[in-house]
Design a protein around this ligand. Structure first.
Ligand SMILES: N[C@@H](CCC(=O)N[C@@H](CS)C(=O)NCC(=O)O)C(=O)O
Length: 206
């Protein structure tokens, strides 16, 4: 079995991948970076992730960056965990849509709202369109529950759920009852509880 190493900092977007790894239940090594010390910009790290960002996952000899891509890769690489929707299943398309909706739409909408641009771009030029539509679409997606694809919890819930959880925590998304209920359901998952506790310990130790 190829080994897994997560290049991680807490708190950060690499916590999304830590949660995913805890959901998988596969052993992994952690390579902790201090973002405040600028270790993500050190030449040896830039050699594996030239974006100078976490997360990065090393899986055997493969280097994978971008949290959603890493989660998609892990879900497919370890199908026995039941966190993917395989090619050939009609739900694969909606699964991928939700998997990439968070980094493609929710996250940029949240950040643009928190740090408004001096000149508002036209709606058509923004990949996410506008903040309110993104929130409405997300609310409709999570409302039926328990998860985005119904009864099956998938990598899409890890990525979108972590983004919403973070957005609620920092008041970057409105406290819509659909978001609060969905994130509340995710908080019950032992893997998220484990990942959060491990990150708390890491933060306390640094
Ligand atoms: N698009 C990347 C974003 C990763 C990202 O922005 N990570 C932040 C931490 S939350 C980071 O590494 N910041 C350090 C820096 O930019 O110097 C992903 O989704 O994985």
């Amino acid at each position: 079995m190829a080994s897994l190493t997560l290049y991680h900092a807490a708190p950060s977007r690499s916590s999304i991948v830590r949660w995913m790894l805890e959901e998988l239940g596969e052993p992994y090594d952690l390579h902790v970076l201090s973002l405040t010390k600028g270790e993500q910009l050190a030449p040896d790290y830039l050699a594996i992730n030239p974006m100078g960002k976490v997360p990065t996952l090393k899986h055997g000899d493969a280097i994978i960056t971008e949290a959603a891509a890493i989660c998609a890769h892990l879900a497919d690489a370890f199908p026995q965990a039941g966190l993917n929707v395989p090619v050939g299943d009609a739900r694969r398309g909606p699964y991928l849509k939700w998997l990439f909706f968070a980094p493609g739409c929710i996250e940029p909408a949240m950040i643009d709202r928190a740090y408004p641009r001096q000149e508002q771009p036209r709606r058509g030029t923004l990949g996410y369109g506008d903040f309110d539509t993104v929130m409405d679409v997300t609310a409709k997606g999570v409302e039926p529950g328990p998860y985005l694809l119904g009864e099956q919890f998938t990598a899409a819930d890890v990525v979108l759920g972590a983004t919403l959880r973070w957005g609620l925590m920092f008041k970057l998304v409105p406290e819509r009852p659909e978001f609060v209920a969905y994130v509340g359901r995710l908080e019950q998952r032992p893997a998220l509880q484990r990942a959060s506790a491990l990150d708390q310990d890491l933060m306390a130790a640094s």
